[in-house]
Design a binder for this molecule. Structure first.
Ligand code: KG4
Ligand code: ZN
Length: 336
């Protein structure tokens, strides 16, 4: 296997059908069919609807990915797909389609942990990004602070004990009457807001690496209800900025605690929440102040995409690690 294999990669763990062609750490194509409009009226992802939509778009999307990359299937070195974690119906579509494609072409196949995809995505913008590092993974389903000793050697130092950071953004946005998904909505509304307007709580001060957002949720709901009653509700932009600040500060504090604890000289980030403007700005400042490097990919590579599965797949294929044809999708897959 070449050191920089050309890999066709699939990501269908949730509500985006995503296909990419990656050569080593280089993105040759990265296409996506978003289902956001399908799920928006339900205020969240409907698993059955998601699985059906993946089935409908995956074949045409695969053609587009190969066409945009100008790669004939005969020139592929392998196929990769998200194996888990995620919604079983959604995962099965991409995993089975990818395995069949690999089988038909007699290509090596590798199943990738979705979170390892987020964790390796910084390599797509920074090929030199290598462990050891502390990686902040924050998405709609997960929030983890991971000590990456080497590729494949992951110690999850801390994680959320209740909601994931993205879930907190989504739930709070919904309560504030904003659209779905909530993260980008709060990000946008917070742009003109003052983050010091309301001092919402930063939880779990006594646990250095763990996160919790349920207390924040209660606090925001109580604040808004009381302020509405008394007619003292601040502007939406100011509330959005204050909510965002509380989530961002917690994520950064716990990440920097992990840097201090491990002594690593590099921080990286992945997952949809790392697309957040304020988080990117404040994490950059925190890393600069500490004198450690920071690798966060372009926002488009932070949210779910096929290229992150491709870069992880290419890594494992170049190491000669393949997944058995008998393997199946694993909705409960865990890092480490
Ligand atoms: O990684 P991702 O695309 O899918 C999962 O694996 O869950 O993450 C989606 C999450 C959603 O909760 C969404 O609200 C959040 O990432 N998100 C953001 C932003 N963009 C996406 N949160 C805050 N600010 C953003 N700009
Ligand atoms: Zn994700």
């Amino acid at each position: 296997m070449s050191l920089e294999p050309t890999v066709l990669a699939f990501e269908t763990s949730c509500d985006e059908t995503a296909v990419a062609v990656v050569r080593g750490t280089q993105v040759l194509s990265n296409v996506l069919a978003s289902q956001v409009d399908l799920h928006a009226r339900f205020g969240g992802v409907v698993p059955e609807v998601a699985a059906r939509a993946h089935v409908e778009s995956i074949r045409a999307l695969t053609h587009r990915a190969l066409q945009e990359a100008a790669i004939h299937p005969a020139n592929l070195d392998g196929v990769a797909a998200t194996q888990g974690p995620g919604l079983i119906g959604s995962l099965l579509v991409g995993f089975a389609f990818a395995k069949s494609t690999a089988w038909a072409r007699q290509l090596p196949f590798v199943g990738v942990d979705h979170m390892e995809g987020h964790l390796m995505a910084p390599r797509l913008d920074d090929a030199a990004f290598e462990p050891p590092a502390v990686v902040l993974l924050a998405s709609g389903g997960h929030s983890q602070i991971v000590h990456v000793r080497s590729w494949g050697d992951y110690e999850v130092l801390g994680q959320t004990i209740d909601d994931a950071a993205g879930e907190a953004f989504d739930k709070l946005a919904r309560f504030m009457g904003l659209g779905y998904p909530g993260g980008p909505e709060i990000d946008r509304h917070a742009e003109d807001g003052d983050p010091t307007t309301v001092d919402f709580p930063r939880a779990l001060k006594d646990r250095p690496f763990d996160l919790s957002f349920s207390g924040l949720k209660t606090s925001v709901v109580t604040f808004i209800e009381k302020a509405q009653e008394s007619g003292t509700l601040p502007a939406l932009a100011d509330v959005a900025a204050s909510v965002q600040e509380a989530i961002v500060d917690s994520l950064i504090e716990k990440t920097m605690n992990a840097v201090e604890h491990t002594g690593v000289e590099r921080v990286a980030g992945g997952g949809g929440v790392l697309a957040n403007t304020r988080l990117r700005l404040k994490l950059t400042a925190a890393c600069n102040a500490k004198g450690v490097g920071l690798s966060i990919p372009d926002p488009i590579l932070c949210t779910d995409n096929g290229a992150m599965i491709g870069v992880a797949g290419a890594h494992w294929l170049s190491e000669g690690q393949y997944t058995s044809w008998a393997a199946n999708a694993e909705p409960g897959m865990r890092l480490g």
